[in-house]
Design a protein around this ligand. Sequence first.
Ligand SMILES: [Zn+2]
Length: 71
Amino acid sequence: MDPTGAEPASDRPQPPEAGAPVSCAHCRATAATPPLTWSLAVEDGTRHYLCDACARTHLRGIEGRLDPAWW
Ligand SMILES: [Zn+2]
């Protein structure tokens, strides 16, 4: 692509699931791409998305330091 031979360094982070559809881990709402308003949590290497509505709801639980296992 670039005839000068300058290859892009690998220091540019690539979203592993860019463009992949995602679903809310709580209400199963889906989106073509992870909206910026959604929350992303990683547990045991698995990504869990929460839609903005659920994230807002769970924020109260998170602030209350409830065990995340309930959701
Ligand atoms: Zn949701």
